[in-house]
Design a binder for this molecule. Structure first.
Ligand code: NAD
Ligand code: IPM
Ligand code: MN
Length: 351
């Protein structure tokens, strides 16, 4: 039976980096069917919504979804529910991909590309597990209201249930068992009720089912500092939707560039996963061929591994990226001069 990958290029550098995924897939997995839909600002412009019902249905019917990026200044004034980013949040929610794996891995060849010292980042291998379908991104009530004195009041709600915390924690503990057996759970239990519940639920699940895994609790602000001070202390870093968004951008820079960090968003077994580079549409470099396509290519590698049951091809692709970097292939963000397509060429040559 043929497998289908739904590609959602999106906006800005999204189409530029996913074009390189297409070339890699054509060479590595020619039997994989690739479909494509409009997404984000492009979908809003063409169809009046950042994602159409038909595109959501196509995502749910596929074996895996790979997106580029959405958003940009062109859509800054669009009403909230129709903004490009809301298309992404809807897709995550409808696919129910609650566990977002964001591996911060520093390739040996890039240990000097980080803005941190080589000895701090060399050998870096952290798996961030970010809760992706709950928390302040989705909590109700939310909105902006006008007060009697004419001021406005903007509000969002940070909310988590026991089961939401437990299911993502389970993913973190399971991953740790296959790695260095340690989970650091980051929250703000010192100031937030939901943070206190988060710590309780993680502690309880650990005691009941994962006592063999080392568990450490860390306040999220300290975790940000520890990430840049001594990142090697982390193995699996488990955290909520908002803290995970912020901590993973910081972790990306440890690997050399935001353009290096892929992700996999997973839900129930057997359901399609959503794969995305963690970077955005990079309006500052869009259309110039400067974007690093490796985060997108490595997201495809994760799709091969986690959704498509093609670990062999995933290994080959990972090795090709490693070899291209070892041979000196560098886009501008990691200290070189290759264009997006030339970096794609380097990976294809290594394949
Ligand atoms: P961004 O991630 O787009 O860019 C931040 C910085 O990193 C920029 O200087 C950019 O040039 C650089 N960068 C990002 N990806 C790169 C790559 N592959 N190669 C080289 N350099 C790269 O973040 P931003 O500027 O804060 O946001 C721009 C837009 O993207 C916003 O509309 C935001 O909402 C959206 N966004 C979307 C996603 C997504 O679709 N998953 C993620 C983050 C931000
Ligand atoms: C990310 C992005 C998204 C997020 C935005 C674009 C909705 O920053 O995937 O990291 O905040 O989750
Ligand atoms: Mn982000």
């Amino acid at each position: 039976m043929t497998q289908t990958l739904l590609l959602l290029p999106g906006d800005g550098i999204g189409p530029e980096v996913t074009a390189e995924v297409r070339r890699v897939a054509a060479a590595l997995t020619p039997d994989l069917t690739i479909e494509e839909r409009d997404f984000g600002g492009r979908s809003y412009d063409l169809h009046g919504a950042p994602i159409t019902d038909e595109a959501v249905a196509a995502a749910l019917a596929s074996d895996a979804v790979l997106m580029g990026a959405v958003g940009g200044p062109k859509w800054a004034g669009v009403e909230r529910l129709k903004r490009p980013e809301m298309g992404l949040l809807r897709l995550r929610k409808e696919m129910d991909v609650y566990a977002n794996l964001r591996p911060a891995l520093c390739f040996d060849a890039l240990a000097d590309a980080s803005s941190l010292k080589r000895e701090v980042v060399a050998g870096l291998d952290i798996m961030i597990v970010r809760e992706l379908t709950g928390g302040v991104y989705f909590g109700e009530p939310r909105g902006v209201e006008t007060l009697s004195d004419g001021q406005k009041r903007g509000f969002d709600t940070q909310v988590y249930t026991t089961s939401e915390i437990e299911r993502v924690s389970r993913v973190a503990f399971e991953l740790a068992r296959g790695r260095r057996n340690k989970v650091t759970s980051a929250e703000k239990s010192n100031v937030m009720e939901s943070g206190l519940l988060w710590r309780e639920v993680v502690t309880d699940l650990h005691r009941r089912e994962y006592a063999d895994v080392e568990l450490e609790h860390m306040l999220a602000d300290n975790a940000a500092m520890q990430l840049v001070r001594r990142p090697s202390q982390f193995d699996v870093l488990l955290t909520d939707n908002l803290f995970g968004d912020i901590l993973s951008d910081a972790a990306a820079q440890l690997t050399g560039s935001l353009g290096m960090l892929p992700s996999a968003a997973l839900g129930a077994a057997g359901k399609p996963g959503l794969y995305e580079p963690i970077h955005g549409s990079a309006p500052d470099i869009a259309g110039q061929g400067l974007a690093n396509p490796l985060a997108a290519i490595l997201s495809f590698e994760m799709a091969l591994r986690w959704s498509l049951g093609r670990a062999g091809e995933a290994d080959r692709l990972f090795a090709a990226v490693e070899a291209a970097l070892a041979a000196g292939a560098r886009t501008r963000d990691i200290g070189g001069g290759l264009t997006t397509a030339q970096m794609g060429d380097a990976v294809l040559a290594a394949l």
